[in-house]
Design a protein around this ligand. Structure first.
Ligand SMILES: Cc1cc2nc3c(=O)[nH]c(=O)nc-3n(C[C@H](O)[C@H](O)[C@H](O)COP(=O)(O)OP(=O)(O)OC[C@H]3O[C@@H](n4cnc5c(N)ncnc54)[C@H](O)[C@@H]3O)c2cc1C
Length: 474
């Protein structure tokens, strides 16, 4: 039986029941109101309409929606801000789109335990700014921080610029409340920082891309707010030299807060987007954007000297230091928006490249991207989180490829590049996830035995397969 055949259609009676669960104001079926929920940032070309959008306001409502969907065999797709790039939040089997946007409260900032308790619809940057006022830091920092939700970050195990120092979202989540597809509510983890207490279900939910349960609350670790930081901008004549410089900075014992790179094309798109320029952007083939933090003024001075020296020793054409927090913010804005900037140049550009390889293999991976661009005669802009081996090739759609052929064309290229990443000891996604865009590639390269274990886990959480069907391996 095909997936779509096993699901039932939403009847007027089911719609009435849904309305009584979430209230008439929190449900929509009009095409104009639900269209915005048909795709994420992977692009409109992948859009699929849900039958109904519901916006529950509390855990009980989420649980009641899931119970109803499970009883009636209706597919449900959870959605955060829809900033995902793997198609994870696209309701590809129709049914119920469950948006967490109304569950957006920061419930508590517990200074003694250094945790924040939040609902899933809190925007990542709002939490960061709120806890900063208390002298604390939430260390999750995807480049989409101003739009993405905490629930989406947990479901994708989001990474970003600060992973080199603080790890990805997984490291910041101490506990969650999760509603299973059956409607049962589980509390996993808590305000504690260690446990050996049975299988760690919390870690299975994190990064499961909304296929095992709906996260309705999270207890997040907070770090002390950082001391003084300095941002550097270093142009290099080649990406290879930039990669060497990063490895040398890490060997020199500098504790990096963040370390990002952009090639010439992505730099030009992003500076143009902000109506600014980076120094030497016509000559430099790559830029490093580095941030260091010093616990003391002496330590900061030492790091400033080491970063500057090491970059110059490894071929940097110059090393610029941001003179103020505004200058630093302006540099980071350029990096944060390089994907948006590429989309501004080409609305059909694909953002789906997210390979991660061991750090010493980055140059080989970058070389493979260049060869691929030549082989397929396409333009690829490149950037990423260089210190953790995570690169984002962004693909411009050539005019000669018709729009309807573009998804297959570009997914084939991404598949090939993922093959290279795997042969170099890496994986196909460092942070965006598998979603449905990389599903075939995931199934092609993953060991059958591993997929079987994953399917067993899926069955245990979601016996009827109603939650986010058509994603990962389904
Ligand atoms: C310009 C740009 C830059 C980006 N930079 C980064 C980056 O640096 N690092 C990074 O990791 N990602 C990045 N992303 C990708 C994206 O922002 C992240 O994947 C983010 O974590 C998605 O959050 P969201 O709230 O938008 O989730 P959505 O896109 O709405 O959903 C993503 C997945 O999570 C599931 N989901 C959402 N909420 C819940 C919930 N409460 N419970 C269960 N499942 C849920 C969905 O079903 C879906 O599978 C970027 C995207 C853009 C457009």
């Amino acid at each position: 039986m095909s997936l779509s055949e096993k699901y039932n259609k939403i009847t007027p009676e089911i719609l009435e029941e849904l309305k009584s669960i979430v209230g008439p104001d929190n449900m929509a079926t009009d095409e104009s109101a639900i269209e915005a929920y048909s795709c994420d940032e992977s692009g409109k070309v992948y859009a699929r309409m849900p039958d109904v959008v519901v916006k529950p306001e509390n855990t009980q409502q989420v649980s009641n929606v899931m119970r109803l969907a499970n009883r009636e065999m209706i597919p449900v797709t959870a959605r955060g801000a829809g900033s995902g790039i793997a198609g994870g939040a696209i309701p590809i089997k129709g049914g119920i789109l469950l948006s967490l946007e109304r569950m957006n409260r920061v419930l508590e900032i517990d200074r003694i335990n250094r945790v924040a308790v939040v609902e899933p619809g809190v925007v990542t940057n709002d939490l960061c700014q709120m806890v900063l006022k208390e002298g604390l830091m939430y260390a999750g920092y995807p480049m989409s921080t101003e739009t993405s939700f905490i629930g989406g970050n947990i479901a994708t195990n989001a990474g970003g610029a600060k992973v080199i120092r603080y790890g990805s979202t997984r490291r910041h989540v101490l506990g969650i409340e999760v509603v299973l597809p059956t409607g049962d509510v589980l509390e996993l983890g808590g305000r504690i920082r260690k446990q050996t207490w049975g299988y760690d279900l919390l870690q299975i939910i994190i990064g499961s891309e909304g296929t095992l349960g709906v996260v309705t609350k999270a207890i997040l670790n907070l770090e002390p707010a950082p001391g003084d930081t300095v941002t550097f901008l270093a142009p290099f004549p080649s990406i290879e030299e930039a990669v060497e410089a990063v490895a040398a900075i890490l060997r020199a014992g500098v504790v990096l807060m963040a370390c990002e790179f952009m090639d010439q094309l992505s730099t030009k798109c992003a500076t143009q987007y902000h109506n600014t320029t980076f120094p030497m952007q016509d000559e430099a083939k790559a830029f490093l954007i580095i941030q260091v933090e010093g616990q003391t003024p002496e330590q900061l001075d030492m790091y400033i000297e080491k970063v500057g020296e090491t970059c110059l020793e490894h071929g940097a054409m110059e090393v610029f230091t941001a003179e103020s927090s505004t200058e630093s913010r302006n540099i980071w804005k350029v990096r944060e928006s390089f994907a948006e900037a590429v989309r501004a140049v080409d609305p059909n550009a694909s953002l789906s490249g997210d390979m991660v390889v061991p750090m010493p293999k980055i140059s080989e991976m970058v070389k493979a991207v260049g060869e691929t661009a030549r082989k397929y005669d396409i333009t690829i802009a490149l950037g990423g989180h260089i210190a953790d081996g995570n690169i984002h090739p962004l693909f411009f759609k050539p005019d000669r490829i018709p729009l309807e052929e573009w998804p297959d064309f570009v997914e084939n290229i991404v598949d090939e590049l993922i093959g290279v990443a795997i042969s170099l000891g890496g994986v196909g996604s460092g942070e965006h996830g598998v979603g449905f865009l990389k599903k075939h590639t995931f199934m092609k390269y993953e060991a059958k035995s591993k997929l079987e274990v994953m399917r067993g886990i899926k069955r245990a959480f979601d016996p009827n397969g109603i939650l986010n069907p058509g994603k990962l391996f389904d």
